[in-house]
Every structure is written in structure tokens, then in C-alpha cells.
Design a protein around this ligand. Structure first.
Ligand code: ZN
Length: 310
């Protein structure tokens, strides 16, 4: 990317299942940001977002592009009639909503980039965070839902649609009878381990769930199994875990990550020979350096990439 695009002042929208995070800036070091609840009325959110971006433009100067990282599933195929839409989401009010089109209508004269929220977050960590210098890594978010973005050979993985790693099936841990909360699959990874799943399983919000509660063990063991699967499929050089659940509630982030790292080693059972999965596992499975701003900063990076290609 050329220097001019790298420093471009852009708008960023991280469209999440719970909230929209918007920002204006050139990098994580100079962003102004705001949040709006996602709710069930897309038009209301779009108008709040575009009003705010318009005001920021008045204060900071003309935006040269906008990046959108969205919850999904989304249609990323420019040749498709539903390009730019959120498609089959169970989220009320958001089925078949054209998020890219809504933003383009408000800002018709500048490039608008569009990708999944997790691909955006992966790109943010690649530019400014724990993915810097790595051509192959995976960014996982565990929050309202579970999703993952893959950086493969220095490019975000898209493929047929986009990866849906959050909906992989996992082997049942013996004795666990929890049905799972995914409306499509029940006990897929998201159905077993998202924030709502943890709450449904234990009846207690993560922030209040005692560290010794068995739900934390099940939670981290299933996450470890899923990450072991990802390691087997994509051979990433690092796995970054973001999202609200990764803070580990009462358990604490350090313990949460430690249990996952040990779980991954147990599942892989020494089969994949690399220091990254053995003595260096503490730097193989890590939280995002950009913290909760990985997604919105990634949307800034998406916009700047789009400008450089224009
Ligand atoms: Zn599912």
C-alpha cells in the first residue's frame, strides 16, 4: 500500500450483533469513536451512523473512504445481486439488509470497503497488532456469536462465501448434555461457546460466573478443540482470540487463555511438531493487541486498502 493511502483519513464501521462501533481516523493512534446499539431497526442505526460520520467529516476534514466490517453471514461477491447484504442471520430485523448499499447511498463519491467483522479485525491486527509481520494467522471472536477471519499468505481468506469457522461441529465432551443455542445447528462451536451459550448453559452471566464453575472448563475445552481443528486445517502461525468472552469474566483473561492453551496441547497430543505449539504456546494463542478496537481499526485498514486499489 502506498504511503498516501496508509495515512488516509477514513470512516470505519464495525457492525456487530450487539452494537455498531464507528470511528474516524487514520490509525488506532488518532481515532474518534462512538457506539450505537444494533437493535432491530437497521434504518435507525444507519441514520445514526451516517449522521455521526457526517459530523466528524465537518470537524476533521473530508473522508477519503469508508470501511465496513460486518456480522454475518454477508454476501461478499460483487457479481451477486445481494452483494453487500447481511443474508441469513437469525438476528431480528436484519435478514437481507443491504448494509453496503445504505452506506454508499450516504457517501456516493468515495470508495466503501466491505468484509466480515472478523476479517476486518484480522486486518487490523495485521496492520497494527499481534498479526504484524505474520502472513498466516487466524483471528477468532467469541462474543454474541463466534466467527473467525483467516489471513493466508498475507491475504484475507474469502473463498466461496467466507469461512464460517464458528459453526464447525465439535465432538461432545462426555457427560455434557447442553443442547446448544445456535438456531441452525444447536451444538456447533457457536452454539456451545458464544456468550449467550455460556449464559444459557450456566444460568449466570460470565462476569458473575465463579472461576471454579464447571462451565468454564467446558467452555475452554470446546474452544481448545475448535482451535486445534483450525490449526490442523489452516496451519496458522498464531491464533488471536478477541470478543467479550475472551476476557474470561470472573475467571480472568490470563487463566482463560492458559486453560485454552493447555487444552489445545492435550487435543493435538504432540502430533504437530513446532515450538509454537509447545514451549512457545503463550505467544501462539494470544488476545488482540488492539483489544476491543481490533474490528473498528480493521475497518479503517479495509478502507485504506480500498483507496490504494482505486
Ligand atoms: Zn451454528
Amino acid at each position: 500500500m502506498d504511503r498516501q493511502s496508509k495515512d488516509a483519513l477514513v470512516g470505519a464501521i464495525e457492525a456487530g450483533g450487539t452494537k455498531f462501533v464507528c470511528a474516524v481516523g487514520t490509525s488506532p493512534h488518532d481515532i474518534d469513536r462512538v457506539e450505537f446499539p444494533t437493535g432491530d431497526n437497521p434504518d435507525q442505526v444507519f441514520s445514526a451512523v451516517t449522521d455521526w460520520l457526517g459530523k466528524q467529516q465537518g470537524a476533521r476534514g473530508m473522508l477519503q473512504g469508508i470501511g465496513i466490517g460486518s456480522f454475518g453471514p454477508v454476501d461478499l461477491d460483487p457479481a451477486s445481486p445481494s452483494y453487500g447484504c447481511i443474508t441469513s442471520t437469525p438476528k431480528s430485523g436484519w435478514q437481507n439488509i443491504n448494509i453496503l448499499g445504505a452506506v454508499k447511498r450516504m457517501f456516493p463519491d468515495i470508495p466503501v470497503a466491505f468484509d466480515t467483522d472478523v476479517n476486518a479485525a484480522a486486518l487490523g491486527e495485521y496492520r497494527w497488532g499481534n498479526g504484524a509481520g505474520l502472513q498466516d494467522f487466524v483471528y477468532v471472536t467469541i462474543g454474541t456469536g463466534i466467527g473467525a477471519g483467516g489471513m493466508v499468505g498475507g491475504k484475507l481468506l474469502h473463498g466461496l462465501v467466507h469461512p464460517e469457522m464458528g459453526h464447525m461441529r465439535l465432538a461432545r465432551i462426555p457427560g455434557d448434555t447442553f443442547a446448544g443455542v445456535c438456531p441452525a445447528h444447536g451444538a456447533c462451536w457457536e452454539g456451545l461457546c458464544s456468550g449467550p451459550a455460556l449464559l444459557a448453559r450456566s444460568g449466570i452471566p460470565a462476569e458473575l460466573l465463579p472461576p471454579e464453575h464447571e462451565s468454564w472448563l467446558l467452555e475452554t475445552q470446546y474452544i481448545a478443540a475448535a482451535i486445534a481443528n483450525i490449526v490442523c486445517v489452516l496451519s496458522p502461525r498464531r491464533v488471536i482470540i478477541g470478543g467479550s468472552v475472551r476476557k474470561g469474566g470472573q475467571l480472568g483473561q490470563d487463566r482463560f487463555f492458559q486453560m485454552i492453551r493447555e487444552g489445545v496441547q492435550t487435543v493435538l497430543n504432540g502430533y504437530i511438531v513446532s515450538p509454537a505449539l509447545n514451549e512457545d504456546i503463550d505467544s501462539f494463542i494470544v488476545p488482540p493487541l488492539l483489544g476491543d478496537d481490533a474490528g473498528v481499526c480493521g475497518a479503517i485498514a479495509l478502507a485504506q486498502e480500498k483507496i490504494s486499489q482505486a
